[in-house]
Design a binder for this molecule. Structure first.
Ligand code: AHG
Ligand code: MN
Ligand code: MN
Length: 338
C-alpha cells in the first residue's frame, strides 16, 4: 500500500471509524476534542519559559506531590474541554482526588482517565513531558457516570494514547486490538497533527533499559538480579544494555517503543507509603500497556501478572510496572517470578 503522505489525525480517525459501520462517531469526536486540548497544552508548554507558567502552583495533589503550574494548566484545559464535549459521562485525573462530573445534559457513553502532565519534575528544565489518556465505555445505567465506570480492567479500554511534548509534539494512540498504534507529529505552523509513524511495532529485543538506579539499595533481590543480568558483559546476547532514564514515563516509554527497550518501576523498599511502586494503574500503566500490547510488546507487574488483567479498586491505585519489548519482558518475568 502506498505510504499515505500528509494524512491528518482527523482523517485517520475518520478512516478507522469507517471500518466500523456500527460506529456512531462518538469515539472520533472524543479523540478530536482531546487533540484540541493537546494543542493548547503544547502551545503553553513550548512557551512555558516566557509565559510565567513555570514553577510550583503552591498546591499539593492527592498524591501528596507539589502541583506545578503547568500540571494545573493542563488539568484545567482537559477538564474544561471534555466536561462539555458530550462524549463522556465522567472523568478521573491524577490531579483530582475524586471523580470529575461532566456538565448536565452533556453526558456521553465513554469515560476518560488522564494524567494531564506526566514527568512534572522535568517541566522547569525543558525535558520532555507528556499527557496520557485512557478511554472506557460506560457500563452502569446511570446517565451520570460513576466511579464503577472508571474502575475497569485495562483490557476493556476502547482507546489509549499519549501526547509527548518533546523536540516535537507527537500524539501516539490506539483504538484497540487489531487497530494498530499510530504516531502523529504536530506541525505547529499549521496546527495540525500529521501521520509520521504509521502502524508502530516495537522491536522484540531491547537496546535500552530504563530504571531509577538511585534506588539500587532499596531494590528487592529479583530486581537486583535482573538488572545485574542485563548489565553483565556478554557480546553474544547483546549485553550490557544502555541505560536511558529521563524520569518522564511518557518520554522513556516512547523511546523504548520506537527503538526497543524495557522500562521498570517495580516495588522497592524506599517508599513504604507506596508499597506497590509509584506509577498509577488507571492513567499511566493501563494505557501504556494497551499501546505496547498493540505494538507487539508486553506489560506486567513485578509478580508476573498482565497489567491489562488488573481490576482497579481505586482511582489512584499504584502498580509495579515492567513494560516494553516482548522478549525482554518475558525474560524479566522469569527473574521476578522465580
Ligand atoms: P507525574 O509527573 O505525572 O507524577 O509522573 C512522574 C512519574 C513518571 O513520569 C516517571 O517515570 C516517574 O514518576 C519517575 O519517578 P522517580 O523520580 O521516582 O524515578
Ligand atoms: Mn505521571
Ligand atoms: Mn502527572
Amino acid at each position: 500500500m502506498p505510504k499515505r503522505l500528509g494524512v491528518t489525525v482527523s482523517r485517520q480517525i475518520m478512516d478507522s471509524q469507517r471500518l466500523h459501520p456500527e460506529a456512531t462517531g462518538d469515539l472520533s469526536g472524543l479523540l478530536n476534542e482531546l487533540i484540541v486540548a493537546a494543542k493548547i497544552i503544547s502551545a503553553e508548554v513550548n512557551m512555558a519559559g516566557l509565559a510565567d507558567i513555570l514553577g510550583q502552583s503552591g498546591k499539593t495533589n492527592v498524591q501528596g506531590e507539589a502541583v506545578q503550574k503547568l500540571d494545573d494548566f493542563a488539568n484545567a484545559t482537559i477538564k474544561r474541554r471534555m466536561e462539555q464535549c458530550g462524549y463522556i459521562c465522567i472523568m478521573a485525573s491524577e490531579e483530582e482526588d475524586g471523580i470529575i462530573p461532566v456538565l448536565d445534559g452533556y453526558e456521553g457513553k465513554y469515560t476518560l482517565a488522564f494524567d494531564p502532565l506526566d514527568g512534572s519534575s522535568n517541566i522547569d528544565v525543558n525535558v520532555s513531558i507528556g499527557t496520557i489518556f485512557s478511554v472506557h465505555r460506560k457500563i452502569t445505567v446511570d446517565v451520570k457516570g460513576t466511579e464503577a465506570d472508571l474502575l475497569q480492567k485495562g483490557s476493556q479500554q476502547v482507546a489509549a494514547g499519549y501526547i509527548i511534548y518533546g523536540s516535537s509534539t507527537m500524539l501516539v494512540y490506539t483504538t484497540g486490538v487489531g487497530e494498530g498504534v499510530h504516531g502523529f507529529t504536530l506541525d505547529p505552523s499549521v496546527g495540525e497533527f500529521f501521520l509520521s509513524h504509521p502502524d508502530i511495532r516495537t522491536p522484540d529485543r531491547s537496546k535500552y533499559y530504563s530504571i531509577n538506579e538511585a534506588y539500587t539499595n532499596y531494590w528487592y533481590d529479583s530486581t537486583r538480579n535482573y538488572i545485574e543480568y542485563i548489565k553483565t558483559v556478554d557480546k553474544e546476547s547483546g549485553r550490557p544494555y544502555s541505560l536511558r532514564y529521563i524520569g518522564s514515563l511518557v518520554a522513556d516509554f516512547h523511546r523504548n517503543l520506537i527503538s526497543g527497550g524495557i522500562f521498570l518501576y517495580p516495588r522497592d523498599k524506599k517508599n513504604t507509603d507506596k508499597p506497590e511502586g509509584k506509577l498509577r494503574l488507571l492513567y499511566e500503566a493501563a494505557p501504556m500497556a494497551m499501546i505496547v500490547r498493540e505494538a507487539g510488546g508486553l506489560a506486567i507487574t513485578d509478580d508476573g501478572g498482565d497489567i491489562l488483567d488488573i481490576k482497579p479498586t481505586s482511582l489512584h491505585q499504584r502498580v509495579p510496572l515492567i513494560i516494553g519489548s516482548s522478549k525482554d519482558v518475558e525474560l524479566a518475568k522469569r527473574f521476578f517470578t522465580s
